[in-house]
Design a protein around this ligand. Sequence first.
Ligand SMILES: C[S@@+](CC[C@H](N)C(=O)[O-])C[C@H]1O[C@@H](n2cnc3c(N)ncnc32)[C@H](O)[C@@H]1O
Length: 404
Amino acid sequence: MESAPQTPTTAAAGDVLRVADLPGRGRGLVAARNVREGEVLLSEPPVLLYPSTLSSLASYCSACFRSLPAAATTPCASCRAAAFCFPACAAASHPRLLCAALSHGGGAALAAAAPTEAIQEPLLFLLSAYSLPEPTLRSILSLSSAPPPPPGAQDAAGLHAAVAALAPPHMLPRGFSADLTAALLAKDRGNSFAIMEPYRTGMSLELLKARAYAVYPRASLFNHDCLPNACHFDYPDRPGPGNTDIVVRALHDIPEGREVCISYFAANWRYADRQRRLLEDYGFRCECDRCQVESQWKDDDDDNNGDDGDDTMEEEGEDDAGDRGDDGMEEEEGDDATDGDDDFPHAYFFVRYLCDNEGCWGMLAPLPPSPNGDLSHVFECNLCGKLRKEEDAMPDEGTSGMVH
Ligand SMILES: C[S@@+](CC[C@H](N)C(=O)[O-])C[C@H]1O[C@@H](n2cnc3c(N)ncnc32)[C@H](O)[C@@H]1O
């Protein structure tokens, strides 16, 4: 495999974001102009989309990952294991190495090689990634790598051997090697976004799983902040093209030059859990404003009623700096929830931007401004889809699941 291409550091005309090198945190995305709350900062199609588990093949179209209709699906003519929702999706098909692996021994070989969901996810990733054209594979290799997994957590050599055994040799790309497999797995761990199963009213969000994972090269450049100024949405079941595009919107106004960050997991996680996750999975210690405040708390202050095992993406990680220094929140809008609260100066953030649907802890972002520039004042949750009017934010209840 040749060396990875360089990421351009300039913004294309019309782009809201530009790529910048930020000391101690690698590349990041910075507002190329003043941004208003709710604005769409990025809408990007995936370069790679793969099923989360073998069982998800029965529930979701293998091309567009919409929920399969109960009747009249089209099975893949080659493997018969994957299904498509429309003839157009069947024509688009699914990754050729994955299709070959699903055909191998009538599908039994893949099931035997990946008996658990923990093995299926990386194996389905590899079979899909190795099906990509070489330039696309190289664009994935240009992304930042997750740190090595703890011993015993991921058997890269075993996964490589499984790909070699399942895929016909003539279909394997140039450069196929154990090192390349290990490098790709590090990109998957550091950059894949989960596309979630559909949420239905009343269902437990704790049980909500990923239907698929996707890699978006530009969205992978967002660094993390525990008080993000943007969050991402997916709308996999919406009609029309682009249903698997990632959409990133501003939570509030962002001045030109400020770094735009998302949170890599639900924002209600407590300090120790956030730090552990960021160090282990992304290789950095977070020194954001919120972490600086919470690092001063006594251990028993650091209480959390939320579910910290419930993250919606598996992505990126590393160090601090840039020109941000804060998330722009406190200086923008006064609110009773923050007044005089020295221990928890960020309460306002949680009142306004954390979903109050029981057990959800998704992030609320304003809907985009209208074409004539009017702000929406309606907030949408990126996990359960709840819409909440701005005036319905309840200061006393909004922080009930928060770390304090
Ligand atoms: C998905 S990538 C984000 C883009 C990345 N900075 C790059 O150069 O490609 C995740 C990686 O970015 C770095 N990173 C993200 N957020 C950070 C933060 N708050 N402080 C320091 N490093 C961070 C870590 O190295 C992490 O593994």
